[in-house]
Design a protein around this ligand. Structure first.
Ligand SMILES: *[C@@H]1O[C@H](CO)[C@@H](O)[C@H](O)[C@H]1NC(C)=O
Ligand SMILES: *[C@@H]1O[C@H](CO)[C@@H](O)[C@H](O)[C@H]1NC(C)=O
Ligand SMILES: *[C@@H]1O[C@H](CO)[C@@H](O)[C@H](O)[C@H]1NC(C)=O
Ligand SMILES: *[C@@H]1O[C@H](CO)[C@@H](O)[C@H](O)[C@H]1NC(C)=O
Length: 332
């Protein structure tokens, strides 16, 4: 009798254990597929996988302590942000959220009171909402505020520099002179090609120029270590991406970026891909930078070297994005 009781208990235990395992697996699977949803509990959406290059765990989903209703798009210049903004404007009615667009063109570095005031302003915005600004990453937690979840879009650093270079001279197709004048370049500067800029070590292209590690700075943030180029700034940028960015896409795979956003944040980006297909053709022409002259291979090679910190960040982002796509089953 005693032994059959033991067996019964053992069987009960095994069945119980099996049920729990299956349930857990299903839960994980559900969180992964459906629960890519932002409303899911933070703890359950921490999918960690090994990062091939860094041998460090990659957090596909943002960690805890994020406010799941506020998305911060600290957009980089000349990386497709106009397209993303146009798309968000289309989606905000459909998906029922607010979109707060910053009108400031300049990239600002904030410190002290200005930074805390800025964080408080963003914190007070109604939710659910997306806020965008050209600004280096801001750590809200240092002010005891909820961290919004971040998204961003980058592109190949040399391509970004080329696009920025000509944009600062000639603006976009269809833009009029007043808009162009804002870009403040002299006649002489306007006549110089990107190749000349690179080969003559001019300030916009040289190794000590203001934008020599701009991509790194956007993810590194407002700290003093982010103000001078260094490996520490790169590491800090990667750490912030891991911990605080739900999605950082690459412009070269814009359509996948939209699909990932749709799966990770359906409450904001449901229908993004189809909506974009509907408006894409009329947008692309307008957004092209005017008079862009393709630089030589040699100039590209030199710039690639000068931008090697940004390439570390860019390669990290690209690997992470590809891993995220794989996890979500997005193929193209
Ligand atoms: C989340 O915030 C709480 C209180 O602000 C803090 O104690 C905790 O360590 C934070 N957790 C993480 C993972 O950052
Ligand atoms: C705050 O911003 C104002 C205006 O842009 C500037 O003059 C001031 O120096 C800034 N203060 C700090 C502490 O950065
Ligand atoms: C050109 O500039 C004028 C004056 O600022 C403005 O009213 C107009 O809308 C602009 N046109 C375009 C196409 O941007
Ligand atoms: C970059 O250009 C600026 C302005 O012309 C100059 O002062 C600086 O020395 C240059 N730096 C390098 C590394 O060539």
């Amino acid at each position: 009798m005693a032994s059959s009781a033991v067996i019964r208990r053992l069987v009960t235990f095994i069945v119980f254990f099996a049920v729990i395992s299956v349930w857990t697996t299903l839960q994980l699977h559900r969180d992964f597929i459906i629960g890519s949803n932002y409303e899911a509990k933070p703890a359950s959406i921490q999918a960690r996988v090994e990062h091939v290059q860094d041998q460090q765990p990659l957090t596909i989903w943002p960690g805890s302590n994020h406010s799941y209703y506020k998305v911060f798009y600290n957009r980089l210049p000349k990386c497709g942000s106009t397209s993303v903004k146009i798309l968000i404007r289309e989606l905000k009615e459909k998906n029922g959220f607010k979109f707060f667009e910053d009108k400031d063109y300049e990239i600002q570095v904030l410190s002290g009171r200005n930074l805390s005031r800025f964080a408080q302003m963003v914190d007070r915005l109604p939710t659910p909402s997306i806020y965008d600004k050209h600004i280096f990453y801001v750590d809200f937690q240092q002010f005891g505020l909820d961290q919004p979840v971040y998204i961003n879009l980058v592109r190949d650093p040399v391509e970004q520099r080329i696009s920025d270079y000509y944009y600062m001279r000639f603006g976009r197709h269809g833009e009029n002179q007043t808009a162009q004048q804002r870009h403040r370049r002299t006649e002489k500067e306007r006549s110089q090609t990107f190749d000349e800029c690179v080969f003559n070590n001019l300030w916009e292209c040289n190794a000590s120029g203001a934008k020599r590690f701009l991509m790194t700075q956007f993810f590194c943030g407002q700290d003093s270590i982010c103000m001078e180029p260094s490996q520490a700034a790169v590491e800090k940028a990667k750490e912030n991406i891991r911990r605080h960015y739900a999605v950082v896409g690459v412009l070269e795979e814009f359509s996948s970026f939209l699909k990932v956003l749709e799966m990770v944040m359906p409450q904001f980006f449901r229908g993004a891909h189809d909506t974009w297909r509907g408006i894409e053709s009329q947008q692309m022409e307008y957004q092209k930078t005017a008079k862009k002259r393709p630089p030589s291979v040699k100039a590209r090679t030199i710039m690639r070297q000068r931008l090697q910190l940004d390439y570390q960040v860019y390669d990290f982002i690209k690997d992470r994005f590809h891993m995220q796509k794989t996890q979500l089953g997005i193929v193209d």
